[in-house]
Design a protein around this ligand. Sequence first.
Ligand SMILES: [Zn+2]
Length: 445
Amino acid sequence: MRVLVLTVTTLAVIGSSMTAVRGQSPGSSTPPPQIVLRAAQMLDVRTGEVTRNAVVLIDGQRVSAVGSELAIPPGAQVIDLGSATLLPGLIECHTHLMARLRSNEPYYGQLVTRSQAARALEGAASAREMLEAGYTSVRDAGNEGSGYADVALRDAINNGLVAGPRLLVSTRAIAAVGQYMPFGISPDLEDRLTGAQMISGAEEGRRAVREQVGYGADFIKIYADWQYPTLTVEEMRVIVEEAHKFHRKVAAHANTPEGIRNAVTAGVDAIEHGNRPDRETLQTMKQQGTFLVLTVGMFINALEAAQSEDQRAAVEKGMEFFRQTIALAREAGVKIAGGLDAGTAGLHGQSVHQLLALVKMGMTPLEALRTQTVDAADLLGWADRVGTLEPGKFADVIAVDGNPMVDIAALERVLFVMKGGAVVKQLPAVGDSTPINNTHKKQVR
Ligand SMILES: [Zn+2]
């Protein structure tokens, strides 16, 4: 009998190859059946072209062919989606699955009343809601004090234990000492829980990156500012250097012109929110390939909640501000992605508000869609596996009632969701008298 000796080097190689197939469930000896999706139309989010009488052929977890009126292989399972439009699964680029703050609950309440186990389970509920809304990949931008529960959730989803999108997680996030939530807590409380890992100095930043990557972070989230610029350029430069060494990208929360400039100077890969970047910084972002990750979808919630013309006008004014930022970023040629930035219970299934807001702020429906499909895949470093419906990519597919190129709100009517060749949601075909929204809510809750 041969004794298998696993050296440390062998284990490292196995580990890296496992990382490469992360997101796939364990293989089986019998080949899975072929599945054929049929629908009246399919949108190519890269070109804007619409294919009529669309057919998507799926072999196991991946797409094997797409086109119009393709021949159906014998023995294949056919799913006919009628008059719906097929699209690639959507990608949420900025959310907080583990944060389900209730209204009237202070941030600190979430930290001190819920165990890490409870937070992980709450994250699982958010993940399911997001998947059922059509989001098959999610970049989680900081887990708000839930330790490494997001790593556990990511792995549980990949192992088929719970339903959820493919996750890219950033774990604890990094902020300057005293410059992130919770604020207003007594200094007498030693070792109090915090919403991010607090550092002071470049070497503490380096150590935080090493810890977070060591415990499973897929990328690093930092806070370049809060009300004012916080981490220094030097601190962020070392964080970026250390993260890039491990092939991890760095995302910087930045909402002040100086904070954005500092983070871009330090070489981060993405600016989150990006309120008020100056023209020169946008030019540098274009040159460096830095993404702008917009989070403007909550304006739609605010518009829906407005109870008077005055309130509505105030929201419109805020939207006007971002309309200008978006126009400047597009003019400069900066890559744009986005997410809703959900952090409270009930919002995680509403990520499509981000796309509705982008269209209200001047983007075409196709441009908006790209920020949560093909361009989002580029941001995640997953352009080879998700973001478009093409042979070789994961069969992450949604079908919506209507044509989002004409009416972006069609994306609120997700009838069908498939992730990696497995159907996770299928509502009655279009034309059925069942009210779609009500059915959807029944399924989600
Ligand atoms: Zn956020």
